[in-house]
Design a protein around this ligand. Structure first.
Ligand code: ZN
Ligand code: ZN
Length: 345
């Protein structure tokens, strides 16, 4: 008789359930992790709505989690039961064109935990040992559940390369926009400006260190940015919403010669209008950032372990697994909560 566990599973678009399923058995090269905390992310809503490709249904969601190893599969000698861990969710083949160039996110066979195969919105998850990072004792399992989103934000910052003295505009004060505030400050930004219509999120942006807060529904963003930057525009714009109007604003307000980070996940089929003349005449640099992997994980662990970054400012709701399905659905409408962590039983 196999043991069972609770897990949040997507059966079809919009059909998300809390199911009872067998506890997975770790295969060769895998370990079994008893999940401690699991973050809920906007991507979970995109997947649930069918706006983000998730080909293998039914799927256990959850790609931001911390936990404790309870079982070690055959062929694993680098890890043992009881270790506190996080897991890089990106599992790739290791020998294709992209993997051999250090770009496993583009591996044709890449599988992400919680997107392509069973993730951590469950009591247990089986994962490849090679993707596991053991935590230093100074990093709690509570905070470690934030390693994955922080690794993603670090990758975005690497891609855009905020430099000392840059003026940075972050569009969107959601969980990822808030992370970008702290990272831009650490990189030496001269000013971090945040555009966010929700008052409570603006307050959190202030708590994360934003210097200037803009309500774009009160004053149009382009007017306010022109005032603040003497008509020049910010050096860097980070779009952390995934909306078409906000992407169009990013192009409109960035300074000539400036850089735009496409960080927010827009719906897969959405299109924006973009004049090539603007890219040409403003000499724009537009870079994308999809996910964090490789060294962004140990770097995220180090930032958290050394107390340079405190997720508890962003994580404003901690709920039991029984409320996870509702918490994901609520992402569509409820802006009063920024970041939900699910605490496992
Ligand atoms: Zn996420
Ligand atoms: Zn590959």
């Amino acid at each position: 008789m196999s043991q069972t566990m609770s897990a949040v599973r997507l059966h079809a678009p919009e059909d998300l359930r809390l199911d009872t399923v067998p506890v997975p058995v770790p295969g060769h090269g895998e370990v079994l992790v008893k999940v401690w905390r699991s973050g809920i992310c906007g991507t979970d809503l995109h997947i649930t709505k069918g706006n983000f490709p998730a080909p293998n249904l039914p799927l256990i969601l959850g790609h931001e989690f911390s936990g404790v190893i309870t079982e070690v599969g055959e062929g694993v000698d680098s890890l043992s039961s009881g270790a506190h861990v996080v897991v890089d969710i990106n599992i790739a083949c290791g020998h294709c064109y992209f993997c051999r160039r250090g770009q496993k996110l583009f591996c044709p066979q890449v599988e992400q935990l919680g997107v392509h195969r069973a993730g951590g919105l469950a009591e247990y998850v089986a994962v490849p040992a090679s993707n596991v990072y053991e935590l230093p004792s100074s990093l709690s399992l509570d905070d470690a559940a934030y390693v994955e989103p922080l690794a993603c934000a670090i990758h975005g910052q690497d891609r855009i390369g905020v430099q000392s003295g840059d003026r940075v505009l972050i569009i969107g004060g959601g969980p990822m926009g808030l992370a970008h505030i702290a990272l831009a400050k650490l990189s030496g930004a001269a000013a971090v400006i945040v555009s966010e219509p929700d008052a409570s999120r603006r307050r959190l942006a202030g708590a994360m260190g934003a210097d200037i807060l803009i309500d774009p529904f009160e004053t149009p963003l382009d007017e306010r940015i022109a005032e603040l930057t003497d008509g020049i525009g910010p050096d860097v714009v980070i779009e952390a919403v995934g909306g078409i109007p906000t992407y169009e604003s990013a192009v409109a307000v960035v300074r000539r010669g400036g850089r735009i980070l496409a960080y927010g996940a827009a719906p897969q089929t959405a299109t924006m209008s973009l004049r090539p003349f603007d890219i040409y005449s403003k000499e724009l640099t537009i870079v994308g950032s999809y996910a964090g992997t490789y060294d962004t994980w140990p770097r995220a662990i180090a930032l958290l372990a050394e107390g340079r970054f405190t997720p508890s400012t962003i994580v404003d709701s901690i709920r039991p697994l029984s409320e996870a399905v509702d918490a994901i659905r609520a992402l569509a409408t409820d802006r009063s909560t920024v970041k939900v962590h699910i605490q496992m039983p």
